[in-house]
Design a protein around this ligand. Structure first.
Ligand code: TXA
Ligand code: MG
Length: 341
């Protein structure tokens, strides 16, 4: 049975302790972070970690990231970071940032899917932080969604996917950022973005002077990849989807209009609502506000999918700043059906 906890307006300390105890006992708990909801378990308990893979239907060669609440725990679970890694930690933790580091033996092999590295994240969200602290153990937590579905950014979207499969669900309202953390691994002295997020390439470059973006961010992965998650279908609605982008606004509007078929829903900019001739139009945000689009996109994909359209057309954004992360998710949610002119 799943117990529900409402921490939307405030954290109930007694209930928080109860949920922390579930985690210590090896049970699964869904909790909010500033990026997306996570389905968490005690990262030091291989049986509990295995249950996460089962609950999500996740391939067991796709490693989990480990969430911590303080830097002492970091020392216990990973080897001493290099100077550059430490600079990144100082700059971006806590926050929407995951750093891949060489793991110590206490991290079970199923967490890291057999790799000798593990992703570490220190959420800044208050509920996540207090829960991890109260659990007194690092927490393995992938995004709360069935494998291949859009990540959960509010409880009503993921309730049906996990009801009965987890011991607790904490409702903290809609997550602030809406897309998952930036995943970075320092490779040959260069911080390499394996998954883009709210922390942008520019943010990283500003701190350490160099940055690179893995070539698979916008491309389908074939063969060996740095991050196993790149191989898998992700963020996908059930309907067929098309992503459309042009640097020229009018060309983008024309492209959308040209591709509309019967029973098509368009997801696009609020500024284009009257210019795009779809029977149903959903706003993902303003052309001038990528934070708004990032916040809305996953829940919107789910909402539109529930309408069972035959076709979904999504307006893309410029691949710049947070736009890189938005386009990475949209390209994958449309299964690489992408037109750019
Ligand atoms: O914002 C987030 O990161 C959320 C919240 C809950 O913290 N979590 C999340 O976890 O998105 P997940 O498991 O859905 O995504 C983690 C990504 C996957 O693509 C995985 O392949 C990659 O990180 N990853 C994990 N460990 C890795 C490792 N050792 N080396 C390379 N990539 C790794
Ligand atoms: Mg995920």
């Amino acid at each position: 049975m799943t117990k529900y906890y409402d921490f939307k307006t405030e954290i109930n300390q007694k209930e928080l302790q109860e949920v922390a105890t579930f985690l210590r006992e090896g049970k699964l708990v869904i909790f909010p972070t500033e990026t997306v909801y996570g389905v968490g378990a005690n990262a030091l308990n291989p049986k509990a970690v295995d249950d996460i893979f089962k609950a999500k239907g996740r391939a067991n060669d796709n490693p989990l990231i480990v969430h911590i609440a303080d830097f002492d725990t970091l020392k216990d679970i990973v080897e001493t970071p290099t100077e550059m890694e430490q600079t990144l930690i100082d700059a971006f933790m806590p926050g929407p940032f995951t750093l891949i580091l060489p793991k110590k033996d206490c991290i079970p092999d199923n967490v890291s899917a057999g790799l000798n590295t593990v992703g570490i994240r220190m959420p800044e969200d208050k509920i996540a932080h207090e829960l991890i602290k109260a659990a007194h153990t690092p927490i393995a937590a992938p995004s709360a969604n069935l494998s291949s579905r859009p990540s959960g950014t509010k409880v009503s979207d993921i309730k049906d996917e996990f009801d009965g499969k987890v011991s607790a669900i904490i409702d903290g309202g809609e997550t602030k950022i809406g897309i998952e953390s930036t995943v970075v691994k320092v490779i040959d002295q260069v911080p390499t973005i394996l998954r883009p997020g709210k922390i942008t390439p520019e943010d990283i470059k500003e701190v350490v002077g160099v940055v690179q973006i893995d070539e698979h961010i916008f491309k389908k992965a074939t063969g060996a990849v740095e991050s196993p998650g790149m191989k898998y279908k992700h963020y996908a609605p059930n309907a067929e989807c098309l992503l459309v982008y042009s640097d020229d606004e009018q060309t983008q509007i024309d492209l959308v209009n040209k591709n509309i078929k019967d029973n098509t829903i368009v997801i696009g900019f609020k500024e284009h609502q009257d210019k795009i001739h779809a029977s149903e139009f959903y706003v993902h945000g303003s052309i001038h506000n990528y934070d708004e689009i990032s916040h809305n996109i996953f829940t919107l994909l789910r909402e539109v999918d529930r309408k069972k359209p035959d076709f979904i057309i999504i307006e893309g954004v410029k691949k710049e700043g947070l736009g890189i992360a938005i386009m990475n998710r949209l390209i994958r949610s449309t299964s690489y059906h992408y037109i750019e002119k």
